[in-house]
Write a protein that binds this ligand. Structure first.
Ligand SMILES: [Zn+2]
Length: 76
């Protein structure tokens, strides 16, 4: 089940269509929901976020000021 989801949700457009959102986590435990529409405008619907680093580079934790640690998927 999880493997199937991972295969079919590879791009930002896939995510939006399936009703998922991206969640950025920091190592300190703080997390924030990312603005998917903003990311699509910036990177495009076909942007593959698997193993991506460009979105991560945009993120900085509002609590500890470190760069974000990782991005995960969440059902909306
Ligand atoms: Zn933090």
């Amino acid at each position: 089940m999880e493997r199937k989801i991972a295969r079919s949700l590879e791009t930002l457009g896939n995510l939006q269509a399936a009703g998922y959102q991206l969640y950025g986590h920091c190592y300190c435990g703080h997390g924030v929901i990312l603005d998917l529409e903003m990311l699509i405008q910036r990177f495009g619907e076909d942007y593959v976020f698997i193993n991506e680093i460009r979105i991560l580079r945009l993120l900085r934790c509002s609590v500890c000021r470190r760069p974000a640690g990782q991005i995960t998927l969440q059902p909306r």
